[in-house]
Design a protein around this ligand. Structure first.
Ligand code: ADP
Ligand code: MG
Length: 451
């Protein structure tokens, strides 16, 4: 790989680790200046970028680069104002921040009234068994806001499409009615509340929210531990809810599982419809790749797509990132990538599940999920609250790690391997009949694979 390819590939991968807005802010107009022995010198447009890249992203960037070219052990950032095509350098950092804020808006065309990004639509939202309920509920809400599921609460692991879905609902309502929609991230919402408390302007802040017909709050798990903000959110929630205004929330976990969240908020959050999004299966991953390519009007060989779908399984954001790497390669080399190229390019994405999901991790996650101590799983007891989690652990060791039944039996204190076989069959069968168990298994798997 030459320096440019290396850098393009890094850029494609960094997009996975940070938000788009941050990406545009910090990586715009960066390029490789030179490579000096073990050091890669990167030119950045200003001191602001230099500081952020070297303080915040150094480690992850070095890891990505080193994975692609293991002769590189160090990165250095130099300021080269001429490389800046769009950023105007101002002495005053505040002024610069404003310019960058502006850039974010221009770049992504976020609607100033609704705060929604128009690129998130139902039309480009792919539906499979992993998210069909969430999709169905979302589209029902978009057709009849305020009247069916209120609030609509969508939860699931990162990169599984929560933001996409809740914004798609917002866009649909905003485009098909006169209703006033507002999307806000929880971080932003909390900082607005804190600012309003500080400046004694809570009343006017609330008044500014009262004309809203649809309030969408993303990642509400961030309210955890923020007591003052929770109190205010509770009142804001109630006043909208009482007026039949639609509220849509997302979170990485169910309301009840969010720590340090007031009971009354948990109960409000859970008072409408709660639905999860899961990890897509192989077939769906392949479908997602095909659809994304079609959107971009690009074709890639089928075996390359299959390679990506088999190997990149963490979430949809990673799938997109992997695909972007291939597209960048395709465009910059004018050469259609084959499976060998893909293997090299996707080193940073492809992980063997065996590396992430190991014995220790499964035991740890299962125990935690059922509020047990790890050693409890090995207790010689028939107590129901232990037996079930133990069977789940055995099931996952078999299913995810392909442990043999006797091997699992040994791990669990020399039980007869038919006991393990029985546990496996029981969980398998029940999970096919019982949605609650399926959901538990999915949540556990998400945690096991989330690194
Ligand atoms: P989350 O909010 O759950 O972390 P996002 O909504 O940000 O995930 O999704 C990550 C990326 O994957 C986004 O670029 C999004 O457009 C894409 N994506 C997620 N789910 C889907 C889907 N069902 N169909 C198409 N693209 C999706
Ligand atoms: Mg999100």
């Amino acid at each position: 790989m030459n320096n440019n390819e290396l850098w393009n590939s890094l850029l494609a991968q960094m997009q996975l680790h940070i938000s788009r807005a941050n990406f545009a802010t910090w990586f715009q107009n960066t390029e490789v200046s030179t490579k000096e022995n073990e050091k890669l010198v990167i030119s950045v447009p200003n001191a602001f970028s230099k500081e952020w890249l070297s303080n915040k992203y150094y480690k992850v960037m070095l890891k990505i680069i080193h994975d692609m070219d293991n002769s590189i052990r160090e990165l250095e950032f130099i300021i080269n104002p001429r490389s800046s095509k769009t950023l105007i350098i101002k002495e005053n950092v505040e002024q610069e921040k404003i310019n960058i804020e502006q850039l974010k808006f221009d770049e992504f065309k976020v609607n100033k009234d609704t705060n929604l990004n128009p690129k998130y639509t139902f039309e480009n939202f792919i539906v499979g068994s992993f998210n069909d309920l969430a999709y169905a509920a979302g589209s029902a809400v978009s057709e009849n806001p305020g009247n069916i599921y209120n609030p609509l609460f969508i939860y699931g692991g990162v990169g599984l499409g929560k933001t996409h879905l809740i914004q798609a609902i917002g866009n649909k309502i905003a485009n098909s009615s006169k209703k006033r929609v507002k999307y806000v991230s929880s971080e932003k919402f909390i900082s607005n509340i804190v600012a309003a408390i500080r400046s004694n302007s809570m009343e006017s802040f609330k008044a500014s929210l009262s004309p809203i017909d649809v309030l969408i709050v993303d990642d509400v798990q961030f309210f955890s531990g923020k007591n003052k903000s929770q109190q205010e959110f509770f009142h804001i929630f109630n006043s909208l809810y009482e007026k039949n205004k639609q509220i849509i929330l997302s979170s990485d976990k169910q309301p009840n599982a969010i720590p340090e969240l007031e009971e009354r908020l948990k109960s409000r959050f859970g008072g409408g419809m709660i639905i999860d999004v899961n990890l897509p299966e192989y077939e769906t991953r392949l479908a997602i790749l095909r659809a994304k390519l079609q959107e971009k009007n690009i074709a890639l060989p089928e075996d390359v797509l299959e390679y990506v779908a088999v190997n990149v399984k963490k979430n949809i954001r990673e799938l997109e990132g992997a695909l972007n790497s291939l597209i960048v390669y395709y465009r910059s080399n004018n050469n259609i990538p084959d499976v060998e190229n893909a293997k090299k390019l996707l080193k940073g994405f492809v992980f063997s599940p065996f590396e992430v999901a190991n014995y220790k991790k499964i035991i740890e996650v299962v125990a935690k999920f059922y509020n047990l101590e790890e050693k409890n799983l090995f207790d010689q007891t028939r107590r129901k609250e232990i037996v079930r989690p133990r069977q789940v652990a055995m099931f996952l060791l078999r299913k995810e790690l392909k442990y043999s039944f006797p091997e699992i039996a040994r791990k669990f204190g020399g039980k007869d391997h038919t006991t393990v076989l029985y546990a496996y069959k029981k969980i398998l069968q029940e999970s096919e009949e019982n949605n609650k168990l399926t959901e538990e298994l999915n949540l556990i798997k998400q945690r096991v694979y989330s690194g």
